[in-house]
Write a protein that binds this ligand. Structure first.
Ligand code: HEC
Length: 116
């Protein structure tokens, strides 16, 4: 009897964290944490205002995160770009550096860069 109870408790713990990360809509995005991540990692290429005027220059250039070309993309698509990177560009895969939660946070910040 005791071992059954322990099993139930472990399952409850294991289930709690994982499921909510599966979809953007159920994720609580934290813009403040996203801004910290952005200014630590992304700013050197994408620039302080997201327009791609960071200190480092590339071919193709860092995307203008304020542009309609980027802002019109779905969350899931932008998540993939940050998670997996974009081949043959300087935009690397951040999945080893950032957790899924952190990617959603930084994307919440990227959304605030859109022109009002
Ligand atoms: C080493 C430079 C570099 C860094 C650091 C970098 N990026 Fe990029 N990023 C790029 C380049 C270059 C592109 C344009 C790729 C292309 O032409 O498709 C890009 C494109 C993008 C796009 C557009 C993707 C799309 O699907 O159109 C997003 C969103 C983005 N970056 C977000 C980020 C975020 C968030 C971070 C920080 C976690 C980050 N980038 C860090 C260079 C960088």
């Amino acid at each position: 009897m005791k071992s059954v109870l322990i099993g139930v408790v472990i399952l409850a713990f294991a289930g709690g964290g994982g499921l909510k990360e599966l979809t953007a809509s159920s994720h609580e995005q934290d813009v403040v944490s996203g801004r910290v991540i952005y200014s630590t990692i992304c700013i050197r290429c994408h620039g302080i205002d997201g327009k791609g005027e960071g200190q480092m220059k590339f071919t193709p250039p860092a995307a203008d995160l304020t542009s309609a070309a980027v802002q019109s993309k779905l969350d899931a698509r932008l998540f993939k770009s940050v998670h997996d990177g974009k081949s043959n560009t300087a935009m690397g895969a951040w999945r080893e550096v950032l957790s899924d939660d952190e990617i959603w946070d930084v994307l919440a910040y990227v959304r605030t860069l859109a022109p009002q």
